[in-house]
Design a protein. Structure first.
Length: 148
């Protein structure tokens, strides 16, 4: 990954500002991902293959953007706190409303990540079950009954 351009030596306030902006962008993107995953579930229920393909591209693009921002967040935190720095250790670098905004944004982001993971598992299970059913319909069941 290429490092973000901040000039030769970004200041802590610049790094913190970018960190806060990135968290806010990720909250928005994860909400969009929630909607995409819900659309994917509904399309799978209705066997809408074309819609599933369209959604797969949108989901992939959203996840790629989220991964780029995650990598940027790691870069920013490491520039603020050194290797092994964490978001929790970055909170005290802010005060007042800015600190509250970052902490609440981070908590919301963590909750959205968990929710999207759960939706993704649900969708995957549904599509795998549908695939198994189709295989049985198309190819029959092998050894439905064990020989006696």
């Amino acid at each position: 990954m290429s490092k973000p351009a901040y000039g030769s030596n970004p200041t802590h306030p610049q790094l913190l500002s970018r960190l806060m902006k990135g968290v806010a962008e990720d909250v928005k993107a994860y909400r969009h991902l929630q909607a995409l995953l819900e659309d994917q579930f509904n399309a799978a229920l209705r066997y809408q293959a074309a819609r599933l393909n369209e959604l797969a591209g949108q989901i992939t693009g959203t996840v790629d953007a989220l991964e780029q921002r995650r990598q940027q967040r790691v870069f920013l935190v490491e520039n603020l706190l050194g290797a092994g720095g964490t978001m929790a250790r970055a909170f005290p670098m802010l005060t007042g409303n800015a600190r509250e905004a970052l902490e609440s944004g981070w908590q919301l982001l963590e909750d959205l990540v968990v929710d999207c993971k759960q939706r993704n598992v649900r969708n995957c299970n549904l599509m795998m079950d549908q695939q198994n059913i189709m295989q049985k319909v198309l190819h029959g069941e092998e050894q439905i009954y064990a020989p006696g």
